[in-house]
Design a protein around this ligand. Sequence first.
Ligand SMILES: *Cc1c(COP(=O)(O)O)cnc(C)c1O
Length: 377
Amino acid sequence: MEHHSPRNRSTFTGASRTPIAITPTAKPKARPADDKLQFGTVFTDHMFVLDYAEGKGWHDPRIVPYQPFSLDPATAVLHYAQAVFDGLKAFRGGDGTVRLFRPDKHVERLNKSCERLCIPRLDPALVLDSFHALVGIDEAWVPRKRGTALYLRPTVIASEAFLGVRPAKSYVYFLILSPVGPYYAEGMNPVKILATDKYVRAVKGGVGAAKTAGNYAASIYAAEEAKKLGYTQVLWLDGVHHKYLDEVGTMNIMVKLGDEVVTPPLEGSILAGVTRDSILALLRGWGLKVSERQVSIDEVLAAARGGTLAEMWGTGTAAVVSPVGELGYKDERIVINGGKTGPLTQKLYDTIVAIQYGDTNDAHGWTVPLRAFAPAS
Ligand SMILES: *Cc1c(COP(=O)(O)O)cnc(C)c1O
């Protein structure tokens, strides 16, 4: 990327002690009104960029005006998908304070994804600095309306221009920000999901546990087919037996069978969701019976027939929890909790949201207030 004129340049030095060069935009964009926000359609004024070169390591951290990349058509990521990303949110509370939700967990996961894709590890302190510095410089973009947030998308791509399958010798880490609207504009909306026995998302030993680009490309076909049948999302079953629940769309899945909450274990084929982890901690704190174990589609269907399938929901950063109102499998379509949001699903949603916006005591220490942004010239 080109270097900009040194006029107006300043630096930000955070906990990593690595100075971040800042080139402010000369043309701030118009910001959309809070009640017009959607998901992932609008981006803020600046972006963070960090380069990697073999022999030199990660270098040149900088914040520059949001702009396109210029990539050689042979750039490795465009051909072989050596790419990882993560996704987290910053929330503005009623007191005006901006808080990041579990940023350290997301950085840890980003590095795990990097490792699986043979991408050199990032300095976690510098990645956290990138969150604070970029959200700090674009703080006016953090929306105020309840339910809205600023979504952070840290991403790493192989940037070397070469054709061939091996780890690239150069990478770019970048961070972009997008103000997003409430996932539920008018209350929670239960989704209809289709358990597919035809397609698989991941197998143990594959890359299902990494947040890597190829997983999503591989999921689109099945998702489109499910949509044609009237479903919102695909419920992925395990890749070997086509029997055990894995995850749903881009969310982890949980099911309440009688008084037991069951969610698939982290054994290599599903993503270790930060929301999943938060919800399990809440449930355990409330003294509920929680099991991280395999649960088969047959067990879920048998529970539905026996009247013990109480609630089912997906968990993820975008929606927090997404109630499942209907589950399809082969010729069956079962309605869960009358197609309505269950009481535990609602309580989990309300509790996490209250923590995210600073309405309630954050006993787990999950939220991190945005550090004061004071660039030095
Ligand atoms: C991002 C993602 C999740 C949810 O993770 P969170 O950290 O809770 O946002 C679950 N499954 C997949 C496949 C994902 O990509």
